[in-house]
Design a protein around this ligand. Sequence first.
Ligand SMILES: Nc1ncnc2c1ncn2[C@@H]1O[C@H](COP(=O)(O)OP(=O)(O)OP(=O)(O)O)[C@@H](O)[C@H]1O
Length: 251
Amino acid sequence: METALEVKGITKRYKSGRGVRDIRFDIAKGDIFGLNGPNGAGKTTLLKIIIGLIRPDHGSVTIFGNNTTDQFEQAMKQVGCMIETADSYDYLSAYDNLKLSARFYPELPRTRIDEVLEQVGLAPYKKEKVNGFSLGMKQRLRLASALLSKPKLVILDEPTNGLDIEGIVNFRNTIQQLACEHGITFLISSHMINELSLIAGRIGIMQNGQLIRVGGVNELVKPGITLEQYIVSQLHTSKEGDHDDHRQYIK
Ligand SMILES: Nc1ncnc2c1ncn2[C@@H]1O[C@H](COP(=O)(O)OP(=O)(O)OP(=O)(O)O)[C@@H](O)[C@H]1O
């Protein structure tokens, strides 16, 4: 099975002493990988390192065989991302917002904008101004923008934050469809573990800058306890001693 993303020994220490430490995991092509952990665990830092917004102190990131240190452009050609709220232009239509994003990819055919609008379910609203959009629709528009360049790996940071139930379900269905029908690999960070477990094949749990568990959803959930209960118990176990001693990787 082809590897979409390989993260090896990534460490980044901010001046505050916080950051991430010795993170390693990989994602197979076509998988949906969920990254979970409490506030401040280091999820956003890790995602920013993967897409080259933050330079790590140590370690390497390889995307479809391209190392982001030596082959940054090649690696990034495969990636689409939604990290931090990049606001859309409210007074423009969904279509015109995407036309602006498409300027970064001069080789894309014009038809690509309609394709991504279709993929995220915004085609019927393409001429409507974004200021009338719900938060869920704005998130879909951001996803459409991330999909423009036909990425093979899509990285989403807290994509369902602030969405209502319907927005969450719609967003989840869209991701699943994109993974199934287009073979897109996803790395999704979210606080909402139950939400992640419905969509992800594998999950990584971060705490205090470390990846304390990685495993398939079915491996992590034990009989009689929910994934939520399992994670809370792991966070407690991991807090009790030196994280290096307690870290386990479930293959
Ligand atoms: N630029 C920075 N300088 C110093 N410390 C930082 C910086 N960015 C993040 N941190 C700290 O690093 C730690 C990890 O932050 P990060 O934003 O990666 O966590 P997170 O898991 O994404 O949290 P959240 O779920 O709240 O978004 C936190 O303690 C945070 O305060």
